[in-house]
Write a protein that binds this ligand. Sequence first.
Ligand SMILES: O=P(O)(O)OC[C@H]1O[C@H](O)[C@H](O)[C@@H](O)[C@@H]1O
Length: 430
Amino acid sequence: MRVDLGNALDTVASPGIPRDALDRLDERVADAHERIETGRENHEHGYESLNLPQTTDADEIRTAVESFADAETVLTVGIGGSALGAATLAHGLESDVDAYFLDNVDPEHVSSLLDSISLSDTAVNVVSRSGTTAETLANFLAVRDAMESDGVDWTEQTFVTTGEEGNLRNLAERHDLPALDVPDGVPGRFSVLSTVGLACAAIQGHDIDAVLSGAQAEANRLSGSLFDSPAYAYGTACYALDERGAGINAMMPYAESLETFAEWYAQLWAESLGKDGLGQTPVRALGATDQHSQLQLYRAGPRDKMVTFVRPTEREDCAIPETDLPGLEYLGGQNLGTLLDAEFEATEASLAESSQPSVRLEIDRVDEYGLGELLYCLEASCVLAGELYNVETFIQPAVEWGKRAARGLLGGGDFDEADSVADKSTLVIE
Ligand SMILES: O=P(O)(O)OC[C@H]1O[C@H](O)[C@H](O)[C@@H](O)[C@@H]1O
């Protein structure tokens, strides 16, 4: 894949990165790369994620799910890093097997989804690294109950993906459910290239070896210089722009199939880098749709943001029929893809013309290989950025705080955090 930083330079944009600042940062990239390589070699927590293209056993995943070969639907029950990677692949790639995700615990949504799918034809994958996440376990109990109500033997159609211990591991052992292990040292938001992200893809019939090959190709390009590594180039550019005031990063893929990828990216960027008063705020956008809702702000609003464009350079196309409708002749006979490309070029130029910074990431196609490249590239970018910010990339104490508070409120234990809920101030106007 390719990264183009041209529209992030200070010759185009404000904030923008001076070319010599990139050269200076390259020395820090060399140090960061050494740190990352040491972490990978020693299988340190988090850094181990960048070894997944080599360590993930695709055969093990295929074997674990082979009893679900006839499933017409795969339902993943998980949240955050235990859902978004699989969802990115499922929504990025076409399959005859439908994929659904239960992450939120909105009761109306859960009930309506469970009413709308044929549970007897559904493989259920319950995913939780910790095995204790309340939303996931509650949703699983709802799914199990719905299956029992429909006379479906849930134990025949459920498998779990989890860590060594926890409620989910106990459940798997008690009911002899097939279980895949979440690899050690891999936080949820970095786990798409493992059992966590790939089991659903395998059930959907996707070529998970190709996903890993694409990722490996990007791994091979990590080097001591940002000028040789798209991943490091992107991570450095985001850091450098943030330092100069672009505290918001709008992820704007130009492919409908990458809409969920932007959600995955938002978790990766926010949870990994949002620490010690630092980090960019990720925003999700979609080209060309959000040209018609957000672009006004991106071009003419405060100079506090950058846009990350992601573009596949090839895609299946769809012809726009010829027309004699007055004024529309220029569209007739073209392709929708040509129109989308023109929209992309115009938006990128529109930002540059008003000196708003953007970075372009390109893959050849939204296919297994291209997604593997893209996902790995952004994970490595994020790890590199974490080194430049000097934050603890692989922890998320602020999220854990909220989890404890919610659990305390529900009577799931004695947690001081729950007391803060009573201390909240209000100013209600009716
Ligand atoms: O996989 P689980 O342990 O269920 O965790 C699911 C999610 O929980 C929390 O919200 C964490 O901040 C996320 O990083 C994690 O992905």
